[in-house]
Structure formats: structure tokens, C-alpha cells
Ligand binder design. Structure first.
Ligand SMILES: NC(=O)c1ccc[n+]([C@@H]2O[C@H](COP(=O)([O-])OP(=O)(O)OC[C@H]3O[C@@H](n4cnc5c(N)ncnc54)[C@H](O)[C@@H]3O)[C@@H](O)[C@H]2O)c1
Length: 273
């Protein structure tokens, strides 16, 4: 799988995409969901991509790789928990490109502790990046989209929204919050022609999970529990995101799309048991 598979030429002609948490967008390195989506959006005719993140050096390198490939892309420092940053980035995009069509809320952090060991500060930080960040992204993103008659937003949740694990309770709770917030946002912005959906990936090879898939024991524990028998690739998440952003999904809003290789479909005995 690569981010170049299944390109639909011209699908995003004239459109402008803003992607948070997208610093890791260099194709021959471990790429994030935002990066995989941005590359394919550009290859499908997108006018411009604005990558944002708090990792500035990596983000700048990623945007340069896209420009070197002949596309219009730039990186802007943007902390998703800051309302000031959201006001500034959305007005910048409108001033620079004349429109904002799509927002992809990717930024996220994880906690790996048991509840008893989780400091309040960690809980709050996870909630702030996931939920406050997404709330601000919908609030300011939709406002900007109204200026060009509508648009679409995808919130990057997780299968953890449905399927709890023995660690990361803050992460799972924040992801469940994302999918439910998405429903309310879909209802509130439907009249403005702004669709809002969420995607729920399972175990996918990206910078977020490098610490797991690069450890053979931790990696096998996961793949043994995936009915499709392997890790997902960021390009496979990008496919779903781009479908939901595109006009092919014109009657889809408030939905959640699971992309987990079947992990949460039902009971699946680990391989060998
Ligand atoms: N990889 C997986 O298996 C998996 C599965 C389910 C869900 N997810 C979710 O997908 C999202 C993207 O992860 P990814 O796999 O592309 O990995 P990633 O690590 O490339 O993306 C997360 C990005 O969020 C950025 N970020 C953190 N705090 C931020 C803040 N305050 N403001 C702006 N940016 C901030 C990080 O710098 C990082 O670049 C995350 O929200 C994660 O929860 C990942």
C-alpha cells in the first residue's frame, strides 16, 4: 500500500484543505494520517494544503517535500488547543487562498497508564488536544467554510471510542467524546452545508504507533487480534477520509466510519487459541 494508490484525478479541483497534527508527511519516512491524506488530496487536484502542527521543523520539511513535488503546500505552527491560533489560521487561509473547503482534525496524544497512575494533568492534556482541539476546529473551520457556501470536516477518532483497553482510559474517553461531538456538530451545521463525520481507525502503522509496531512482541499481540491479520496503513485511512470529505459522500453527515480490519466487529479468538 502507498499513498499513491487509487487516485481519482480531479476529485478535489479548486479545493483547499487544512490538516492539523500533520507534521509527519514525508513519504519515504513513517507518515501520519494527515500527511497521507494531504498527498493524495493534492494528487487528486486539490488547489492547496495547509499543514499545521506543533512540531515545526518536521512540518516545514513535509510542506517543502510537497512543494518540491510541484504542489501548493505550506506549514503553519498551530496549537489546536489555542482558540487564538484557530482564529489566526482560519483567517490566514481565507486571506491567502480565498476559501477553506475542508478541515481534517488529526492532532492527538495518547496516555498509556492505568487509571490509578494517571495524573490529573495528563487526563486534562489528552482531553484538551482531542476534544477542545476538535471543538475549536469545528467552530472556526465551519465559520470559515460558510464564506464559500459550505464544506466538510472529518474528526480523527479511534476504535478506542468503542473498544476499551487496560490502559489509556483518558484517550478512549476523549475519542468517544469526539465521535459524539461529531453527531451534534453535524446537526448544527447541516443548514450551512457543512458536513461533519468521524473516522475510527484501528491499529495503523504511523508515528503514533511506532513504539508498538517496531517491537515484535507488542506488534504480534495486535496482529493476532485483527481478523484481517495485519496492521493498517495510513493510505487506507486516507481513502476513507477523502471519501467522507468528497462530494461522493454528499448525503453523509454525523456518521462514524470504523477502519479497523475487523477488530471491533465481534469476538475473534487470538491466532493460535
Ligand atoms: N496510528 C494509529 O494506529 C491510530 C489509531 C487510531 C487513532 N489514531 C489517531 O490518529 C491521529 C493521528 O495520528 P497519526 O497516526 O497520524 O500520528 P501522528 O503522531 O503523526 O499525528 C499526531 C500529531 O498530533 C500533533 N499534536 C500533538 N499535540 C498537538 C497540539 N496541541 N496541537 C497541534 N498538533 C498537536 C503531534 O505533534 C503529531 O504530529 C491521532 O489523533 C491518533 O489518536 C491513530
Amino acid at each position: 500500500m502507498s499513498s499513491q494508490t487509487h487516485v481519482f484525478p480531479g476529485r478535489f479541483e479548486g479545493k483547499v484543505l487544512l490538516v492539523t497534527g500533520s507534521a509527519s508527511a514525508i513519504e519515504n519516512e513513517v507518515i501520519g494520517f494527515g500527511g497521507a491524506t494531504a498527498w493524495r488530496f493534492l494528487r487528486e487536484g486539490g488547489t492547496a494544503v495547509v499543514l499545521t502542527d506543533v512540531q515545526d521543523d518536521l512540518g516545514e520539511r513535509s510542506a517543502k517535500a510537497m512543494r518540491d513535488a510541484g504542489f501548493t503546500a505550506e506549514f503553519v505552527h498551530h496549537d489546536v488547543t489555542s482558540e487564538e491560533d484557530w482564529v489566526s489560521i482560519t483567517s490566514y487561509v481565507i486571506d491567502r487562498y480565498g476559501r477553506l473547503d475542508y478541515v481534517l482534525n488529526v492532532a492527538g496524544i495518547q496516555d498509556t497508564m492505568k487509571i490509578a497512575d494517571t495524573p490529573v494533568e495528563t487526563w486534562q492534556k489528552v482531553m484538551d488536544v482531542s476534544n477542545r482541539g476538535m471543538f475549536l476546529g469545528v467552530k472556526h473551520g465551519a465559520e470559515a467554510m460558510k464564506k464559500n457556501g459550505g464544506g466538510a470536516i472529518v474528526n480523527l477518532s479511534s476504535m478506542a471510542a468503542r473498544w476499551a483497553s487496560p490502559y489509556g482510559a483518558a484517550y478512549a474517553a476523549s475519542r468517544a467524546g469526539m465521535t459524539h461531538f461529531t453527531r451534534g456538530a453535524a446537526i448544527q451545521y447541516a443548514a450551512d452545508n457543512v458536513r461533519v463525520n468521524s473516522v475510527l481507525p484501528g491499529w495503523v502503522k504511523s508515528p503514533f504507533t511506532k513504539w508498538i509496531f517496531s517491537d515484535p512482541k507488542l506488534s504480534k499481540y495486535r496482529t493476532d487480534r485483527v481478523p484481517l491479520g495485519r496492521w493498517g496503513e495510513p493510505a487506507e485511512i486516507a481513502s476513507a477520509i477523502l471519501f467522507l470529505l468528497s462530494d461522493d459522500a454528499s448525503y453523509i453527515t454525523g456518521s462514524e466510519m470504523l477502519i479497523d480490519g475487523g477488530v471491533t466487529a465481534g469476538f475473534f479468538p487470538p491466532v493460535g487459541e
